[in-house]
Ligand binder design. Structure first.
Ligand code: GLP
Length: 231
């Protein structure tokens, strides 16, 4: 078992711990940070915003971006990151896939090449209800690189809460592949709430199945899992 599991039932304490881990990575010399979006990340980014943590000599890369959503749209992941983190705690450079690229497939290749030129020290991850990481839906190869995905109905439904209606949720995204994510030297996965139990349980049971993307992490040697669930 390579996963370091920390069950912290108190949500404030859980996010204090998550913040501590990020700070520790920075203090140990991490220069490149892989960032995630989603509701799970909000209390962590809030803690970073309120801190004096300075990322101005660091690089950030984001996991994914919706295809076809204007950058200025409040739910584009670039808007999310600016609002939640970059406007107050800027990095030297921040990379995200360009969801407005004319050719999303070419953009995925370009983004993968950016990622290949970077040694990713630390990746923060959330997990979808169906076990997706980034936007790698069930069935994605564990060796996949950055690619264009068609979002499953369940993922679009889960993310509809951020839009006026499910029809507004984009149908495609560009995401780091699972193989891309696995290149990070250290990974922190945060999973909060009962909806994440099934996926998390599979990970903790030691399953390794492409049908549950998060279980790829059982093949990684440096993963910390923070959850409020008792498993
Ligand atoms: C989204 C993102 C993932 C995120 C996951 C969980 O679709 N692409 O990076 O981890 O779904 O989201 P939430 O934290 O809102 O539950």
């Amino acid at each position: 078992m390579t996963i370091q599991l920390e069950s912290i039932p108190n949500i404030d304490q859980l996010y204090d711990r998550a913040f501590h881990i990020v700070k520790e990575q920075k203090n140990k010399g991490a220069k490149t940070f892989g960032l995630a979006t989603g509701g799970t990340m909000l209390p962590l980014y809030e803690r970073i915003r309120k801190s004096s943590l300075d990322f101005s000599n660091c690089i950030s890369v984001n996991l994914d971006e919706y295809v076809g959503l204007p950058k200025e749209h409040s739910q584009s992941y670039i808007s999310f990151m600016k609002k939640q983190l970059f406007n107050t705690n800027p990095f030297k450079v921040s990379y995200l896939p360009n969801g407005e690229a004319e050719n999303p497939e070419e953009e995925a290749v370009r983004y993968e090449n950016v990622l290949k030129s970077i040694d990713l020290d630390f990746q923060i991850l959330g997990v979808g209800e169906n076990g997706h990481i980034g936007f790698n839906e069930p069935g994605t190869s564990f060796t996949s690189e950055t690619h264009v995905v068609t979002l499953t109905a369940s993922t679009r439904k889960a993310n509809a809460r951020f839009f006026n209606s499910i029809d507004e949720v984009p149908t495609q995204a560009i995401t780091m592949g699972i193989g891309t994510i696995m290149r990070a030297h250290q990974i922190l996965l945060i999973a909060v709430g009962e909806k994440k139990r099934t996926a998390l349980q599979a990970l903790i049971n030691g399953d390794i199945s492409e049908e549950i993307p998060v279980t790829a992490l059982n093949k990684h040697d440096h993963v910390i899992v923070l959850t409020n669930l008792e498993l």
